[in-house]
Ligand binder design. Structure first.
Ligand SMILES: Cc1ncc(COP(=O)(O)O)c(C=O)c1O
Length: 363
């Protein structure tokens, strides 16, 4: 950091990475552990890269307590390509999947799945303007579904489930792009978990897939090779050249998280940061968040100004103050602070300080 004032990046993704990770990557960039070359320049078939890949998988398994009957796949195309891969692999018996509609990303997943089979909207939060999620047993699950898909954390509207939905014996599929590794979860409750890396894992483009073994034998004949979980799994994420540097960086993030005490520890940190920020918004007369309190996301905190014309002024002045990328998603406007694992409490405190300064000046 060369600037005199602290800079905090609240981007929703690609998001900030832990400073220690960036420094380690910088130190190792030109010469990885005495090899004389960068990880970026190494054969993916070399012993040294294969040991990085194995270590990345083992560290993720440790962090999430992933049971042995689940495979971990490192794939490409971000989370969005999983919107296609999931139906192409899992929609085999009934050609029908159920979706919980909690906003933008769950809708995108459902729209893509529709290209491969039929989709059923099991529940929709539209009537609340996507300010709510659903309780565990609130959604009825019909028979004859290949899977049920949901988005535990809707990144744009800042809405999060508090419990894993109860779907009986139907495999549950979760897009955990914006909440993976932020709090402990029981992986055995899921058929499949996927996440784009660029929030809590590492560089954009990489996607992590955690899939129960018995679900990866069901691929449709037309499934492209690189989207076929069976092939990717059999070839240990090397069905083609994997995103080697992104995998290496993900491993540095996993190691950082393990040093911090793992997911239960980071969850406490996340709870504290979110409580501080929502507390400040709730005290404010100018700023507000209108998500139903129990479903407020601890990762993405959208907020609005009661005097809307002040929004661009706020964003401009926040940038000057060193608080970057606070603009809301283009579909919803307003502001949004993404406070993933890597955001230190100091960043949240600095944002709260600026909210108060701005309010005192303009309200
Ligand atoms: C919940 C969720 N799903 C999917 C995506 C899409 O991810 P990608 O751009 O990696 O395809 C995002 C991106 O922000 C997201 O937040």
């Amino acid at each position: 950091m060369t600037s005199a004032k602290p800079v905090f990046n609240f981007c929703s993704g690609p998001a900030m990475l832990p400073i220690e990770v960036m420094q380690q990557a910088q130190t190792e960039l030109l010469d990885f552990q005495g090899t004389g070359i960068s990880v970026m320049e190494m054969s993916h078939r070399s012993d040294i890269f294969i040991s990085i890949l194995n270590s990345t998988e083992q560290n993720l398994r440790k962090l999430m307590s992933i049971p042995d009957n689940y495979r971990v796949l490192f794939m490409q195309g971000g989370a969005s390509l999983q919107f296609s891969a999931v139906p192409l692999n899992l929609m085999s018996e009934f050609r029908r999947a159920g979706f919980m509609n909690t906003g933008y990303w769950s809708q995108r997943a459902m729209a893509e799945a529709q290209r491969y089979g039929s989709t059923v909207e099991l529940a929709s939060a539209q009537s609340s303007n996507f300010k709510t999620a659903f309780a565990a047993g609130e959604v009825d699950i019909p028979q004859q579904l290949d899977y049920v898909h949901y988005t535990p954390n809707e990144t744009i509207d800042g809405v999060a489930f508090t419990e894993i939905p109860d779907v009986g014996d139907v495999p549950l599929v979760a897009d955990m792009s914006s909440c993976i590794l932020s709090a402990p979860i029981d992986v055995s409750r899921f058929g499949l978990i996927y996440a784009g890396a660029q929030k809590n894992i590492g560089p954009a483009g990489l996607a992590v897939v955690i899939v129960r073994e018995d679900l990866i034998r069901l691929d449709l004949p037309s499934t492209p090779r690189l989207l076929n979980y069976r092939i990717v799994s059999d070839q240990v994420s090397m069905a083609n050249t994997p995103p080697t540097f992104a995998i290496y960086l993900a491993n540095l993030v996993f190691q950082w998280l393990l040093r911090k005490g793992g997911v239960p520890q980071i969850e406490q940190h996340n709870i504290e940061k979110a409580a501080l920020l929502y507390g400040a918004l709730d005290r404010s007369k100018l700023f507000y968040n209108d998500v139903r309190a129990q479903y407020r996301s601890k990762m993405n905190v959208p907020f609005f100004l009661r005097e809307e014309t002040l929004t661009p002024v706020f964003l401009e002045e926040a940038t000057q103050f060193g608080l970057l990328n606070l603009q809301g998603h283009r579909s919803s406007g307003g502001c949004r602070a993404s406070i993933y694992n890597a955001m230190p409490k100091a960043g949240v405190m600095r944002l709260i300080e600026f909210l108060e300064i701005f309010e005192n000046r303009y309200a």
